[in-house]
Write a protein that binds this ligand. Sequence first.
Ligand SMILES: [Zn+2]
Length: 267
Amino acid sequence: MASLSSGVSSREINMDQAQVSQPCALCGAMRKLEQSHIVPQFVYRWAQPMSGMHDFPNAQPRAMLCGNCEDRFSVFESEFARRVFHPFTAKSILSAKYLAWLRKFAASVCWRIIEEGVATNTLGDGSARWTPELSSCRETWRHYLMGQRPDVGAHHLHLLPWPGSDLKEGRVGPALDAVLRLPKSIPAKAADPTLHPIERQIFFSDLGSFVYAKLGPLVLLGLITDFSPQHWRGTRLNAEGKLKPRDVSVPDYCRDFLDARVRHNSR
Ligand SMILES: [Zn+2]
């Protein structure tokens, strides 16, 4: 066989490359890296039968984390999937006491999105103005996820239902619809979380910048820079707390962003 006579087969070369140690993006240890999903796999597993989609754009995993850090993240993901995501997607119930795992989960997703943007050079033109803030955010979340600091400083994480998501125990969805000033004609289609089940983006503007992740009917926002801390209400994740239906409010620049996503998803 040609590959044997030449001494090294292409499979052997690929295996050798896979064995090469690289620095883990989170802890920095030189290890053979695992293939990490940017948006956790359980969201794709939920979205696949719901949406009828087989291939999602940008779903490929990336060599990013060592095994230890993958394990660290999987603990947060399991808690979030079991206590928040599946009850909400199955029964429209958003009611859970949470401990550190919830904010850690949110930070882990938003941090991965930034790491991917840096690694693939896809942060976009708008990022240049906010380079120091982006570096601060990236490092703050990294140290927080490593357990090297107890909080996220000014880089808060927020969780809110996708506009129009129906809730049995209260009416958070319509309250947010009011915040977003949605046109009456589009919410039904826009509210369907299966049409655009998974999205991620880093948004930069003069008024504020954040990481956005849409996980089905739930939205995570991780603040890179924000000048309107007083305008967030009912969405911020703390070290521990309770999720429950409540009126929510977001700053205008964030409302405009969500409004644009809703319009996009209504097409
Ligand atoms: Zn690591």
